[in-house]
Design a binder for this molecule. Sequence first.
Ligand code: NAD
Ligand code: UGA
Length: 460
Amino acid sequence: MNFNIRKVCCIGAGFVGGPTMAVIADNCEDINVTVVDINKQKILDWNNSDLKQLPVYEPGLEEIIQRRRNKNLFFSSNVEQEISEADMIFISVNTPTKTKGVGAGKALDLKWIEASARQVAKYAKGRTIVVEKSTLPVKTAESIKKILEAASFDDEQKHFYVISNPEFLAEGTAISDLQKPDRILIGGENKEAVDKLGDIYLRWIEKDKIIKTNLWSSELSKLTANAFLAQRISSINSISALCEATGADINEVSLAIGMDKRIGSKFLNAGPGFGGSCFQKDILNLVYLCNFYNLKEVADYWKKVIDINSWQKERISKIVVEKLFGTLTNKKIGILGFSFKANTNDSRESPAIKICKNLLEEGAKLLIFDPKVNSKQIKKDLINENENDQNIQICNSIYETSKGVDAIIIITEWVEFKDIDWSLMKENMRSPSWVFDTRDIIDEKLIKSNGINVWKLGSY
Ligand code: NAD
Ligand code: UGA
């Protein structure tokens, strides 16, 4: 395959497409990278001169956009033209759980993948390497190939090489994860196509971190990695409940087990349950695939990871109700943090959504503050469009969330929640006042010294 990659196009300007292409453009100044999206507003936002309006908040992203935008990094709505000019096309579109039809609630909805493959089939010219960047069920490349092969049959000038290159970045640390990944995984049958992509990454990533596998191993490794990560969280969260019942402390247990090199210390923080757009949908998909291949025991095993995660959120809501004398009717509760983790404006599947909905259901009025998730998004996550929002107040500061409340619940581990002046908070709160810390972020003694009751996840 004797051609150089000069133009790269990425379909999907979302949380993955935007930052990933920005980092490629930053490391490969001789390659023109264009990110396209059917959502025109998103493209306008990516092109906004006010960098605070970018559709994705990630530490370090604004600087790269400022450096590379309109030099060798472009954001465009002209999907047709960009596809037709590209030597390599990344497909980085959303793959949420299906909401209806066969596999509803479990299988991934691949309609955006199929639409992207059809766009590529129609507009691409000459030889094109097509890279699956989205997280996909194992064997999806087969469907993409079928669509592309049909186009090659109709037009002999078109040649496609499909490879898989799943993304392992985590939100909040996307830029550093992309700049210094643990590994790059590329799966494919055509060695030259795999090497072409490998050569791009080699510009800034060590050779021994680039793993080359067959297509199916690559697709399945991504689902497996997410399942293992989520499993660790459900495992530690299950033990957090046992700690609360017995007098053990979850932080001490995490430390003790994490020092065993075979277990390792990362990803052992107990919390309100994992959120984010991917863990749940990817495990549900794994479960669906196992059932599809008649592996019921394997499916049931992974399903439990999700069950424990749902249980953890319910458990926290119940404890709040219990401590507040069994009723929340006409009580105000402050919510600190709405994003699914710190350092992101993403609230998809955030545990805050389920916990807040449960509290609203119990009759509470919520005063919510998050440093990055905007008020429109919070309301959209909690109520239907025409529903009354009188029980939801979005606050502009941490202190505003304490006005007249019986309790504050810390749901996201934003660093600004570490040094709150609790004497100021207490002045505003109704007595007896409570702080529920689901992220081990506060100094328990300090809060108690201000006359506030404390409940900490995973401690007695
Ligand atoms: P996203 O929803 O933020 O972005 C996807 C974008 O694709 C949207 O802007 C949508 O408008 C666009 N799109 C859909 N169909 C299109 C089409 N036919 N043509 C042009 N644009 C189209 O999703 P995301 O979070 O970036 O995730 C993308 C994929 O990456 C998913 O498969 C996800 O599982 C995977 N992933 C996500 C993360 C993460 O942290 N968010 C990390 C690793 C992998
Ligand atoms: C996760 C994976 O970490 C990425 O490798 C993967 O690429 C990505 O999913 C994906 O496929 O979308 P992300 O969801 O962005 O990344 O963030 P994580 O840091 O994994 O956190 C996920 C959730 O688990 C958050 O709600 C977080 O608060 C929670 N978590 C994480 C814990 O409760 N405890 C921990 O110890 C770690």
